[in-house]
Design a protein around this ligand. Structure first.
Ligand SMILES: [Zn+2]
Ligand SMILES: [Zn+2]
Length: 331
């Protein structure tokens, strides 16, 4: 009997560890930017209302120009509704949404500063690493050239993903993803939405797990530009380079440090320290890295469209010790 009681107690004690291990292991929207449900944070509806005490900066968001759900006009309107004061639009490898956003802000006289941005996919050690360009000139010839190359790589990758999926009983994958992408370049999120639509999986997270993650049928190793090429193009375009969502690459602490060191050596400027969805202590740890490697700190929601778990401007603030990437803006 005593043994039975002890076993029961051990089991009960181990539950939180099992749970937290699962949470740590959960990759989140790994290597992509899809707003999928992360189980470790409560839905926003249950969160206490936040009254901003200072301007809210949201320096990471997407529109229909890449794999976001809203038009640039809808996005800037929503940002104002969410009391965001400074918004960077950072579509994947494109600046196509920026002009409409700027036009909407001036036409509708919205109280919002727009930061011209981009999120560049890079290949590093077999990982798909995202680099944000903040405050770029979208007309810069270096940026235009880099993004043209990226568009070709993206199309080739989409064709290869589709070929692999079709070999594995997923019909019309390219056309299906293209229908979701519209005029935008095809991302893995578009394939994922198509796979959910045709019933191959019940949600986006499951699609990645079953088809698109490393080692799965539809996985194609990234062929993007290097981190250095991305950082250089961002600098030539007058912007700052920030390492996006450092905790979402499924890297061990050792490998994450390697990535940050590499990014710093390649003249990267900042790392994204605050996101609206983060595991406990993640923000503090990323702030420590920013301090240790003398990088500026950025923050952003990575908003792609309305969902229960993620919102423009929500829960975005930086720990005191770091230097915000925007410290010299607007001076
Ligand atoms: Zn990203
Ligand atoms: Zn993103």
């Amino acid at each position: 009997m005593i043994w039975a009681v002890m076993v029961f107690i051990c089991f009960v004690i181990s539950i939180p560890f099992k749970f937290s291990n699962d949470l740590t292991a959960y990759p989140g929207p790994l290597l992509t930017d899809i707003p999928i449900e992360l189980p470790y944070l409560e839905p926003l509806d249950n969160a206490p209302a936040e009254m901003p005490r200072f301007p809210i900066y949201d320096l990471h968001s997407h529109t229909l120009a890449s794999d976001g759900m809203l038009t640039p006009t809808q996005l800037v309107q929503r940002a104002v509704e969410m009391r965001v004061s400074v918004l960077a639009i950072t579509d994947h490898d494109t600046t196509a949404g920026l002009a409409e956003a700027a036009d909407a802000i001036s036409r509708l006289a919205l109280p919002l500063r727009l930061i011209n941005g981009v999120e560049i996919s890079t290949a590093w050690e077999g990982f798909d690493i995202h680099i944000l360009g903040l405050g770029i000139d979208p007309q810069s010839s270096a940026m235009v050239a880099l993004l043209a190359d990226q568009a070709i790589r993206r199309q080739k990758r989409a064709e290869e993903i589709a070929r692999r999926l079709e070999k594995n009983q997923v019909p019309d994958a390219l056309a299906g993803a293209k229908a979701f992408a519209g005029d935008a370049g095809i991302t893995r999120a578009h394939f994922a939405r198509y796979l959910v639509e045709i019933g191959k999986a019940s949600n986006m997270a499951q699609v990645f797990k079953k088809y698109l993650a490393k080692g799965k049928t539809g996985y194609v190793p990234p062929q993007w530009c290097t981190i250095k090429e991305a950082v250089d193009a961002i600098h030539l375009a007058g912007g700052q380079a920030a390492l996006a969502h450092p905790s979402r690459y499924d890297l061990s602490p050792k490998w994450l440090r390697r990535l940050i060191v590499n990014f710093k050596q390649d003249s990267g400027d900042a790392i994204e320290v605050a996101q609206c969805q983060q595991a406990p202590d993640e923000r503090t740890q990323l702030a420590r890295y920013a301090e240790e490697y003398q990088l500026l700190a950025s923050q952003g929601s990575d908003f792609h469209g309305p969902c229960a778990w993620l919102e423009l401007g929500r829960r975005l603030s930086l720990p005191d010790k770091v230097i915000p990437v925007w410290q010299d803006w607007f001076k």
